[in-house]
Design a protein around this ligand. Structure first.
Ligand code: ATP
Ligand code: MG
Length: 648
């Protein structure tokens, strides 16, 4: 990126105050910002007391060897005990922890007391299979309750889990098993996707021909489909757990004991094994879930639609909500099975009050049409969340109007696998929200935007998003590669964590995320963010989705190339393409007008729904396509290529 700051093009004037009733009873008020800035470590020490510690920590942060942090280092706790047992001990055993909704329409509700038994049995089963504290366990499961149980069982005995998306290929699984040197793999015969059983176990069998060190494969029976079984190695989950005792006494582990490894989604390159530990991670996951979603555990029904294989599933399906004693919905399948109203049917069925989903899903619902959610009773919803990508203002406003009845506040939460928990977000009872802005670092978090020379930019300017103080749920390292940890995150700006994202501060000092800095375009000497051009395109009634890249150009340095998916009602004509270019010019200025607009049927996305712009850049520049192993659908790239004439 050049010295010049990012072009600050988008003007968004809409403002939405929190509903009075929500503000009056909010878990967190504006006072939290002041309290945390006066005594940041004291604030986090207080948040750590949300947890139940076997040995209370006396030390909050040890930053004597930066960038290697230790939080609450002399404390000891058991993460699974905090997520399950202590709620049962507090008399809440009959509260539903999980309403499971299977894709075929089956389901079950699991109370905290039942969850405690299931986790204890699974922990005993892991011990029987020889797994001990410090071992790594790979988990490759569909979105079923056993995924949660498996993670908590590992946490309980001090085994470090590495969850791998159920949609990844055998190669992607193999490289993750290898990197973490997992001793056990937990998988299922299959899961339901798009109305039919989809096998999982064969990918593990294939992966295990490429790596060694895995002693056993624990197999959950979900679909009942025919499944190859290797005698001596493979064990049915139901067989081994049924014969275990439902009693297991959790031992406390060190606060810095490794809880999990999770590989990033690979949007920017080879996935990194991000290591998270126990006490600090759980503290921030629990606090942010309480603060950002205003969770009232006795009355709320919370639903996060993320996959468990994504960090959002870790922090906001498993650890945050369960540490807080929440009642939540877990849904196995896709949003259009058996019909495009499935999500809204689920909201209505369980009376969901808090919904946490991704911009990619919201844009899809917009594409499908307003009439679909309108058929369901969504009046229970009181807080709406978004995560994963910048949310385009038009999608934000649609979410608020059509899902939130023009009333529910939207929390646009910025964070990463590396940050472990939410870092920048509005607070639903405090913040006057702005469509498309994550706005402000949470209490206890220090974030800002800097220029090339690491100087904080003034309000109204753009640059690089950095975190200026360590935080409890920060990654501790990249698994097995401390040097890569230092180089990737702590070397660009001395003493500061560089997130890899571009951002701007508006006149009020609120933060707007502008996408990856690798994606920022340099056109005729101006830095232009892909996000802003995409938002302008999505603001046109003919466009459902768009992805914008900068392609090398002899005259302008980079030229803006836009890939767009049209809404069902629009058809591609030269006039429409010209109209879209003009629309961007009117919205953002002539400099941001795409040189080319390519109409496509699909965009390359990761399993977590993020657009992989680097692959589109490969197309736009006529290069061979890079690593596609983390794509949700690996056929998408050839499909897009077949729809386009080659470019130079
Ligand atoms: P890799 O690091 O391998 O490229 P990834 O960054 O896609 O993968 P994640 O950790 O899942 O993997 O994603 C974090 C990134 O997602 C952030 O750095 C940011 O670019 C984007 N992001 C997440 N939430 C938001 C949000 N609310 N607004 C804008 N961007 C967001
Ligand atoms: Mg990343």
């Amino acid at each position: 990126m050049s010295n010049e700051s990012l072009a600050n093009l988008l003007k968004e004037e809409r403002r939405f105050a929190p509903p009075a009733e929500l503000a009056a009873g909010a878990n967190v008020t504006a006072a939290a910002y002041a309290q945390a800035s006066e005594d940041r470590l004291g604030f986090w020490a207080e948040q750590a007391r949300r947890l139940s510690w076997a040995v209370e920590p006396t030390e909050t942060l040890d930053w004597s060897n930066p960038p290697f942090a230790k939080w609450f280092a002399d404390g000891r706790l058991n993460v699974a005990y905090n997520c399950v047992d202590r709620h049962v001990e507090a008399g809440l055993g009959d509260r539903v922890a999980i309403h499971f909704e299977g894709e075929p329409g089956d389901g079950r509700s699991i109370t905290y007391a039942q969850l405690k038994d299931e986790v204890s049995r699974a922990a005993n089963a892991l011990l029987e299979l020889g797994v001990t504290k410090g071992d790594r366990v790979a988990i490759y499961l569909p979105m079923i309750p056993e995924a949660v149980v498996a993670m908590l069982a590992c946490a309980r005995i001090g085994a470090t889990h590495s969850v791998v998306f159920g949609g990844f290929s055998a190669d992607a699984v193999a490289s993750r098993i290898q990197d973490a040197r997992a001793r056990l793999v937990i998988t299922a015969d299959g899961g339901y996707r798009r109305g039919k059983p989809s096998a999982l176990k064969p990918a593990i069998d294939e992966a295990l021909t490429k790596v060694d060190g895995v002693e056993h494969v624990l197999v959950v029976r979900r679909t009942g489909q025919d499944t190859p079984f290797t005698e001596g190695r493979d064990v049915w989950w139901h067989e081994i757990t049924e014969r275990q005792s439902a009693e297991h006494t959790p031992q406390p582990h060190e606060a810095e004991h490794p809880l999990f490894i999770l590989y990033t989604s690979g949007t920017t390159g080879k996935p990194k094994g991000i290591l998270h530990t126990s006490g600090g991670y759980l503290t921030q996951a629990a606090y942010t879930h309480h603060a950002v979603f205003d969770l009232k555990p006795a009355t709320d029904v919370y639903w996060c639609t993320a996959d468990i294989g994504w960090v959002t599933g870790h922090s906001y399906i498993v650890y945050g909500p369960l540490a807080n004693g929440a009642t939540q919905v877990i849904y196995e399948g896709t949003p259009d099975t058996p019909h495009q109203g499935r999500f809204w049917e689920i909201v209505q069925k369980y009376g969901v009050t808090i919904l946490y989903t991704a911009p990619t899903a919201i844009r899809t619902f917009m594409k499908w049409g307003d009439d679909i959610p309108a058929k369901f009773d969504l009046s229970s919803l009181r807080v709406l969340g978004s995560v994963g990508e910048p949310i385009n203002p038009e999608a934000w406003v649609w979410y608020r109007e059509h899902i939130g009845a023009g009333r529910a506040p939207i929390v646009d939460t910025w964070w990463q696998t590396e940050t472990g928990a939410i870092m920048i977000s509005p607070l639903p009872g405090v913040t006057e929200t702005k469509p498309g802005s994550a706005q402000r670092a949470l209490p206890g978090i220090a974030a800002t935007v800097v220029d090339d020379e690491a100087r904080e930019v003034p309000n109204g300017s753009g640059g690089y998003l950095v975190l200026t103080e360590p935080w409890p749920s920060m990654l501790r390292t990249i698994w097995g590669d401390d040097q890569r940890y230092i180089d990737t995150y702590w070397s660009r700006f001395q003493g500061r964590y560089f997130a890899g994202d571009g951002a701007k501060k508006d006149e009020d000092g609120d933060i707007w995320l502008l996408g990856r800095v690798d994606d920022v375009m340099l056109v005729s000497g101006h830095n232009i963010s892909t996000t802003e051009v995409e938002s302008a395109l999505v603001g046109h009634p003919a466009v459902a989705e768009s992805a914008v890249v900068g392609a090398t150009d002899a005259t302008t340095g980079q030229a803006i190339v836009a890939f767009v998916i049209l809404r069902g009602t629009a058809t591609e004509t030269p006039e429409l393409v010209e109209e879209l270019r003009a629309h961007v010019g009117r919205t953002l200025g002539p400099i941001a007008k795409p040189k080319q607009i390519k109409v496509v049927g699909e965009l390359p996305k990761t399993r977590s729904g993020k657009i992989m712009r680097r692959l589109l850049r490969d197309i736009a520049e006529g290069r061979e396509i890079g690593d596609t192993t983390t794509l949700a659908d690996s056929t998408v790239m050839s499909l897009i290529q077949s729809q386009l004439p080659p470019t130079g």
